[in-house]
Design a binder for this molecule. Structure first.
Ligand SMILES: [Zn+2]
Ligand SMILES: [Zn+2]
Length: 312
């Protein structure tokens, strides 16, 4: 399995400015590229359409023009519809090129929000963005006229040629889907490499049985660790408001989850827009120190950085 991070900022894009450097960890919001393989077949999955998807789209088009691909075929998994995970969509150029095939998967939301087609039509309505969703010619099933919008439910299990994806329920306002990818192994069963992703989730105190299910056998577990403990608790100087109930975790809560489920590698994501590189580097070393002191440390803990590639 191949993983590339195209954006790991939470809540708001955070470009580097004078006195606020974000070049090391990156300023784009969530977008991950995942390629899964079985025998000679490869499939492309994309998690979320944060601002990071802009550069991923350009890379896919480069591959097309260089002849490495004949068309862009991708499945886009949307963790949830919050703007930091959707506002890159209009700048994902492959959507506007006829001949590509892009399908969407997300949670079936409560009746008030409607299905994904309706949710995205609300954002891309030809007024707030100059093109309507229906004017994106590449939205279409990978298999002919097959449905392009798939509304999934928590605990669904989706089977594809190379991989199985389980949908996991996460703690986040308005809901959020975690995705557990497991590739086919040598015998063709879904017992190969595991990538587990929870971009937005609040762990609360002890370990969360749902996150434990998400992270079982994970070769790479990606979890939301947006806040330092004191920010989360509302104890940080100048930031008196507690972040409890906002739907995000802390590096320590991520490490406790990863240690309890036995994940091999933990990548912490959804970096806060007020954290510059210096703050994130400090948080990362503090997290590693905390991990080393545990009875059962996670073999590898790191903060995600834009451009990071991992194969396993
Ligand atoms: Zn988010
Ligand atoms: Zn959110």
């Amino acid at each position: 399995m191949y993983f590339k991070c195209w954006g790991c900022r939470g809540s708001l894009p955070s470009p580097a400015t004078m006195g606020f450097d974000t070049r090391r960890y990156g300023g784009n919001t969530t977008c991950f590229e995942i390629r899964t393989r079985y025998q000679d077949k490869e499939e492309l999955f994309i998690i979320d359409m944060g601002t990071g998807i802009f550069r991923l789209g350009n890379k896919l088009i480069e591959e097309l023009f260089s002849g490495r691909a004949q068309s862009i075929r991708a499945r886009l998994f949307i963790t949830h519809i919050h703007l930091d995970h959707t506002f890159g969509m209009g700048f994902f150029a492959p959507l506007f090129m006829p001949g590509n095939h892009i399908e969407f998967y997300t949670l079936q939301m409560p009746a008030t929000y409607g299905n994904l087609n309706r949710q995205l039509s609300g954002l891309y309505d030809g007024i707030q963005f100059p093109r309507h969703l229906e004017q994106m010619p590449s939205i279409g099933g990978l298999n002919g006229n097959h449905e392009a919008f798939h509304d999934v439910k928590f605990w669904d299990s989706l089977e594809f040629d190379t991989v199985k994806v389980d949908v996991v329920e996460l703690n986040h306002p308005q809901g959020c889907a975690g995705w557990r990818f497991q590739e086919r192994g040598a015998a063709g069963n879904y017992d190969g490499a595991v990538l587990s992703v929870a971009t937005d989730t609040e762990h609360f105190d002890a370990t969360n049985p749902k996150v434990q299910k998400l992270g079982r056998e994970a070769n790479l577990l990606i979890l939301d660790g947006q806040y330092e403990d004191d920010e989360y608790m509302g104890l940080a100087p100048n930031r008196a408001d507690s972040k409890q109930g906002w739907g995000h975790g802390t590096p320590r809560s991520c490490i406790r989850e990863a240690s309890a489920c036995g994940a091999q590698r933990l990548g912490i994501t959804h970096h806060d827009p007020s954290h510059d590189d210096r703050t994130l580097a400090r948080m990362e070393s503090r997290a590693k120190r905390y991990n080393r002191r545990l009875q059962q440390p996670v073999p590898e803990v790191f903060f995600l950085r834009e451009g990071m590639e991992i194969s396993f």
